[in-house]
Each structure stands twice: as structure tokens, then as C-alpha cells.
Design a protein around this ligand. Sequence first.
Ligand code: NAP
Length: 221
Amino acid sequence: MLGGTGDEGFGLALRWSLAGHQVIIGSRSSDKANEAAKTIAQTSSRPARVSGLTNENAVSQSDVVAITVPFSALAETLRAIKPNLRPGQILVNVSVPLETAIGGRATRTLGVWTGSAGELVASMVPNTVRVVTAFNNVSAELLKDVSKPVECDILVCSNDDKAKMIVLELVNSINGARGFDAGPLENSRTIEQLTALLVSMNIRYKVRSAGIRITGISSGS
Ligand SMILES: NC(=O)c1ccc[n+]([C@@H]2O[C@H](COP(=O)([O-])OP(=O)(O)OC[C@H]3O[C@@H](n4cnc5c(N)ncnc54)[C@H](OP(=O)(O)O)[C@@H]3O)[C@@H](O)[C@H]2O)c1
């Protein structure tokens, strides 16, 4: 979980740890990563398989890597971890190109030259790495409140069907979350826009956990 010391990454790491997965928190600082890992271990009632490493070392030791850094830090983070990526690895982009990256509003997205942050990630890593977009629309508040199930649907898109299925399994292992196959990676463009809309609705309704539900499809994945 690159940037797993932050709100969204910590929430996902916590949920996956509770689901019994082995989780590595990545950070620019191994001390900070260890602190976050310790907090997760203390939250869990059974022994948790969670540890903290630098982002680079976390990538070297993981099969599925999720990136949860602000959009402004995405390119820098990718450049740092690129030498540690290996063929076949799954790279899940959670980052959304919100206007906050240039001092603007979280209710607007930036125009990204590749079309979306998900496609930007794909353009910056070797094409043997399987890039998936997911979790962009689920709020950290929902993820971190482990007293409740995550009542939110998660849209997952990728050009690699097998990678998408693996990430859908990871989604469905989170208590309450339902994953949906949202098609090819280019659909990241639409998914990422939804995040800005949800932020706007959070402000309007004075909540911090607006999410989406898909109707008309009986089962998620
Ligand atoms: N928060 C939400 O509810 C939510 C929901 C959906 C999607 N997202 C997306 O998820 C991403 C993370 O959101 P967040 O709220 O968790 O962000 P955050 O807490 O501000 O940052 C996450 C982590 O990114 C690393 N980071 C911050 N600035 C950096 C920099 N300049 N260079 C390198 N690393 C840096 C930090 O880790 P270290 O200092 O440990 O390296 C930080 O703990 C964003 O792109 C956001 O759009 C967030």
C-alpha cells in the first residue's frame, strides 16, 4: 500500500488486514510505515500480518501494489518505485487527479494528458505490469470505521481481465464492499470524475462518506 500512512491507504490496509490478507504499508519513511503497521496490528483482535517498509521495498515484496498518494505525488512515487516493479505484478491506482494538486478545489478534476490518472500510471510503468483502477470512489472515513461494513460499491477497470478478477476478489474480501467489473482502463476517466462529484455531495450533505451503489446488476463480480 504505497502511501499507506495516509487516510485512504491506511483504511484499505486496515480492512485487508482484518480480512486476513498479508499487508505491507509503504511510505517514504520506514519509521512512519512501521507506526501505521503497528496501529493496524493493535486494531486487530487476531494476529495481523502487517508490516511497514519504504515504498520501494514494499513493491519488491508484493504481488499486488496499490498507490494511494495525492495526484501531485503520483509521478514522483512511480519514478521512485519503477526499478522495483517486476513483470506480472498488479498495480492498482487509487489516486484521483483532483484540482487540489495545483491548489484548486477537491470538487473538480484536472485534465490529465493521458485521459486519467489510471492511464497515466499505465503510461509510466513497463507494459508487463498490469494496471488496474479501483477504490477511487470509496471514502477513507468508511474504510477506517471498522465498526461498520463498507456500504459502497467499488468500480474496477483494467485492460487485463485476470488482474481485474484478482482485484475484484480483494474488493469483495472487504466487509460490505461489492466490486463491479467496470470495463477497460480508459473507463478510469469516468470513475475518477465521480470522486469529485462525491466530494461535492459530501460538502452539500455535511457528511464525509458519500459513495455509490450500482443497481440493476444482481451480483458484483
Ligand atoms: N481520502 C479519501 O477519502 C479518498 C477517497 C478516494 C480516493 N482517494 C485518493 O487517494 C489518494 C490518497 O488520498 P489520501 O486522502 O489518503 O491522501 P493523503 O493522506 O494526503 O496522502 C497519502 C500519503 O501519500 C504520501 N504523500 C503525501 N504527499 C506526498 C508527496 N509530495 N510525495 C510523495 N508521497 C506523498 C504520504 O505518505 P508518506 O509521507 O508516508 O510517504 C501520505 O501519507 C489521493 O489521490 C485521493 O484522491 C482518497
